[in-house]
Design a protein around this ligand. Structure first.
Ligand code: ADP
Length: 231
């Protein structure tokens, strides 16, 4: 018991230090961003507006990394709660639907049973599904105009739990990307952080579940998440 308490203290301390450092880095970043915006008209006159655009974009990326790092460095023991997995998926769809519509993409839910109860940390698992759906939206954007974007979310019972599949008809991934997509900071996006899937992987593993991926370049991608059921 003593050992656990000590570990928790240490984790809490680390979390506090990370938060304090992040705060101290964010403040100067905010002023740098502000002053660059003020200099923008002058840079424009010099024909150097592109520099300002890059500086601002990179500051925004640094801020995103700090934000996601803070989220992922918090103590990860799931705070479990009993919830219907279908209800959670519907909520994720509600959160992403307008963004999807703007990109000409449809999100469909196929649930074979209305009430499949799982014991999960609702916030954490919602974050995982959100990360995956947002990646699908990005992957679809890259081929938009060629065909209509479609994201299928399928949920059904498996032998000892539930299986959630998120399938898109986006640009897909080559082998090199597939080999690294769960690595922290691996990204192929200009403004990506590369943290979404590494955090997702850890969350699902902490729930005693698993996450897998199947993808074909030019055809699409399917993520499969397995979560254990209650009882
Ligand atoms: P980020 O979205 O910030 O790049 P992630 O960890 O969420 O970070 O994803 C890592 C990389 O995996 C992405 O940059 C992308 O190349 C690839 N990826 C993830 N999901 C998909 C998908 N549905 N379709 C195609 N590529 C994907």
């Amino acid at each position: 018991i003593e050992h656990t308490a000590y570990q928790n203290d240490k984790l809490a301390m680390l979390g506090k230090i990370a938060a304090a450092i992040a705060h101290e880095i964010r403040n100067p970043l905010t002023s740098i961003r502000g002053f660059i915006q003020l200099l923008r008209p002058h840079l424009l006159q010099l024909g150097k507006d592109e520099y300002a655009r890059i500086i601002v974009a990179e500051i925004d990326r640094a801020n995103d990394i700090i934000y996601e790092f803070l989220n992922s460095s918090k103590p990860t023991a799931p705070m479990k709660q009993e919830i219907s997995i279908t209800a959670l998926l519907k909520e994720v769809i509600l959160l992403t639907e307008s963004e999807a519509l703007m990109r000409g993409c449809m999100i469909q839910l196929e649930a074979y049973e209305e009430s499949m109860m799982v014991s999960i940390d609702v916030k954490q698992v919602k974050q995982v599904i959100l990360n995956i759906v947002k990646n699908s939206l990005d992957a679809i954007e890259d081929v938009s105009g060629v065909r209509n974007g479609l994201i299928d979310i399928i949920v059904h019972r498996s032998s000892n739990g539930v299986e959630i599949i998120v399938r898109d008809n986006g640009k897909g991934m080559d082998r090199a990307t597939l080999n690294r997509l769960f690595d922290p900071f691996f990204t192929t996006k200009e403004a990506g952080t590369g943290l979404g899937l590494s955090v997702s992987y850890r969350i699902i593993r902490n729930h005693g579940g698993s996450i897998g991926v199947d993808s074909k370049p030019g055809e699409g991608t399917a993520f499969t998440i397995h979560l254990p059921l209650i009882g």
